[in-house]
Ligand binder design. Structure first.
Ligand SMILES: [Zn+2]
Length: 446
């Protein structure tokens, strides 16, 4: 058995070395597939060698950032951690994270594991190991035809929670869907959230999920929304309401940087985007729930870089460029908020593709609140990518003129040449890698 495992670990390492530079994320997936093929019990065995606990991170938005941040926070406290940093979050990617972290002896030396898992893939991963903790960030509507309705995702998560009754769920209490799931599962749980109102979101035209109580079906009443369906809710009919928050972010300040207070400690981060308060809070709550004292948390945040294409900055020929992924309505609306927080003049490029991983149906664009781009400080909006015509129509519908340039590189070059020096590039999933490569290349040549 041991020999099989050694062979599988070696093969995975070799496969990763050969392929990752050519195929990027797919290379990691391939390494995991080979490891599982050579030793079907490799994931089970290596997961059992983790000395302390296994954390997994699930939820529609913020998985990779939260998981990588949790890993960095554990490392900052001196622990050795297994993590699927690249965001390869299906069964093969999870197997690869463990196989690649193992030594050439086929054994793993790690204190903790932090593993993000695609919600639909939890069903395939849980038979291999039962995590000690599950962080559940939120449940938003994702690209329609990829996962189907949120209800399907909720049923899958409920099933895996029940299959691991000792697993403690660390849940975003501001999300009625996630909170209900944790409460309903029978698993132990801890909650995090923002109990007080931070900004006025009442005028937003956002489409909100979970307007109805999952317990009894009646309408939920919201005292306020933070964004999307996250906020302070209570059922108008039964006793379901936002649970008490174990980790409550207070005095939240959002602007060019973020800060908030939790458990009497002031937390600072040099990122934009209100949603990052939740990502940081989720990582913090996971540590504390796991009885880990985050002594170096702020130090970790000062060094932490969100993964590629999340508020990633470039500087090309005197133009400051911010690249950000926006793959679903909730994510896109949060992106628009972050862009509009910048009061200075700006150019915007929106790149929309419809490759298989994006979802071929781009009707979700109609659920994004593009109205908010009606501001004087918008110098120009350019639509690009495979579905630039759909995006142009969407902008036309809210009476916002846009420039059409299907080729991403040409669009970027043009706005660097004739823009105002402050450019935001918002991209959906498969547009991210190609757009990032273009920006990297242009920056390198500059
Ligand atoms: Zn109810």
């Amino acid at each position: 058995m041991r020999l099989r495992r050694i062979l599988a670990v070696w093969a995975a390492k070799l496969a990763e070395k050969i392929s990752v530079h050519i195929f990027h994320r797919q290379g990691v997936t391939w390494a995991g597939k080979i490891a599982l093929r050579l030793d079907p019990s490799i994931l089970k065995t290596l997961a059992s060698q983790v000395k302390k606990d296994i954390f997994i991170v699930c939820g529609t938005n913020g998985k990779t950032t939260t998981n990588n941040m949790l890993c960095a926070a554990l490392e900052a406290e001196g622990y050795k951690v297994v993590c699927n940093h690249t965001g390869s979050n299906m069964l093969n990617g999870v197997a690869a994270a463990f196989a690649l972290a193992a030594g050439l002896s086929g054994n793993l030396k790690a204190d903790y594991a932090c593993i993000e898992i695609d919600e639909a893939s939890t069903r395939r991963v849980f038979p291999h190991f039962k995590p000690d903790y599950m962080v559940l960030t939120n449940l938003f509507r994702d690209q329609l035809d990829r996962y189907g309705e949120i209800d399907i995702t909720m049923n899958i998560l409920k099933e895996v929670m029940k299959s691991a009754p000792k697993m403690k769920v660390i849940v975003n209490g501001d999300d009625a869907l996630s909170a209900f799931l944790a409460m309903d599962s029978g698993n132990p749980y801890a909650t995090y959230g923002i109990s007080k109102k931070v900004t006025d979101d009442s005028k937003s035209n956002e489409i909100r999920e979970g307007r109805f109580c999952k317990k009894c079906g009646a309408l939920l009443h919201y005292n306020f929304y933070h964004y999307s369906q996250l906020g302070d809710y209570a059922c108008t009919n039964c006793d379901f309401k936002r649970p008490e928050l174990d980790f409550d972010a207070g005095d939240v300040e959002v602007g060019e940087t973020l800060s908030f207070t939790v458990e009497g400690k002031r937390i600072h981060a040099n990122y934009k985007g209100f949603y990052n308060v939740y990502n940081i809070l989720a990582a913090y709550a996971a540590l504390r729930t796991g009885a880990i004292e985050p002594v170096h948390f702020n130090q970790m945040l000062s060094r932490f870089r969100p993964e590629n294409g999340r508020m990633e900055q470039f500087q090309i020929d005197g133009t400051k460029i911010m690249l950000n992924l926006a793959k679903n309505p909730a994510g896109f609306n949060q992106n628009i908020s972050a862009v509009m927080q910048d009061q200075t003049e700006k150019d915007i490029i929106i790149v929309i593709n419809d490759n298989a991983q994006d979802g071929i149906d781009v009707s979700w664009l109609w659920d994004v609140d593009f109205d908010r781009f009606h501001e004087d400080n918008i110098h120009s909006i350019t639509v690009s990518g495979i579905r630039c015509q759909d995006m142009r129509l969407r902008m036309k519908y809210v009476n916002i003129p846009s420039l059409l340039e299907a080729d991403v590189e040409t669009a970027i070059r043009k706005r660097i040449a004739d823009g105002c020096g402050n450019l935001y590039v918002l991209v959906n999933y498969t547009a991210l890698f190609s757009t990032r490569n273009v920006l990297k290349r242009l920056e390198g040549n500059g």
